[in-house]
Design a protein around this ligand. Sequence first.
Ligand code: APR
Length: 317
Amino acid sequence: MARKKISLIGGGQIGGVLAQLCALRELGDVVMFDIVEGLPQGKMLDIAEVGSVDNFDANLKGTNDYKDIAGSDVVIVTAGLPRKPGMSRDDLIEVNSKIMTSVAEGIKQYAPKATVIVISNPLDAMVTLCQKITGFPYNRVIGQAGVLDSARFITFIAWELGVSVKDVNAMTLGGHGDDMVPLVRYASVNGIPVMELLEQKYKSAEKAKEVMEAMVKRTRGAGGEVVALLKTGSAFYSPASSAIAMAESILKDQKRVLPTCCFLQGEFGVNGYYVGVPAVLGENGVEQILQFKLDAEEQAMMDKSVAAVKSLVDSMK
Ligand code: APR
């Protein structure tokens, strides 16, 4: 079987971790594209030279020429500026829209069969723009946000309850902004509702609610928490790992159910916008969107989050 091919557009902080994870997991051959001369070549050479130590077989290539992404199965886009302390993701829209326009044109021309995973922020707007310019079918242009937002929520729950992150299940839907929607009702430890465990721990429903609210708030601001600490950029290990989970599900046709920024056509009452929802990811990209009924409170949060996505996306028109 021929090896799969993954192209990474953007060879910065996230791009570097993406390349290393692709190699370590032997997902396929990897091309890293960046406009900075030498940067992608240097990073790919650096990773390639420890293939014998890390025990992987993969061809790794750095390039400044879009031609090299030809034949990609999956393209992951991180090209664009990250935020600095005090900035919101939305503050990046102007500069990153210009970058995304040129990136999407390159992908359209040289990798027309690829499934594209966008990470660049502001995510909901950048994925919308990428789809529009490539003209690829909606199922093949998606965004990474929900896997990471959910992982952050899961981490805080696991720490609070003193249990393994592996046994916590929780999802965050909606846009990738401060109004994202962590689903409290479905958060569980191997199926046991987290709220029930918090009530037992604190012997008070009120205190349990308070603790959960604090975790939801921390989840919403988790990207900013990292930015404030790093001061020079934004999170990079965690977005890379999250996008790799999505890429792996597509490349290996795993059909994992991952919260994904998908184009909605009526699902969850949303029409014509990219929003985070649970999706089945397989060789055809988004193969299904799993729908379920939100309660009134969740729907209100979703509506608020979608309204924020709409105003951001509409500001590009
Ligand atoms: N084409 C390709 N690459 C570009 C272009 C372009 N037109 N413009 C900039 N780049 C490259 C930069 O040269 C840099 O190497 O994109 C890379 C971005 O890397 P970093 O600045 O290290 O940013 P990173 O932390 O990787 O985040 C990238 O993902 O999570 C989002 O908010 C984050 O928008 C940011 C993006």
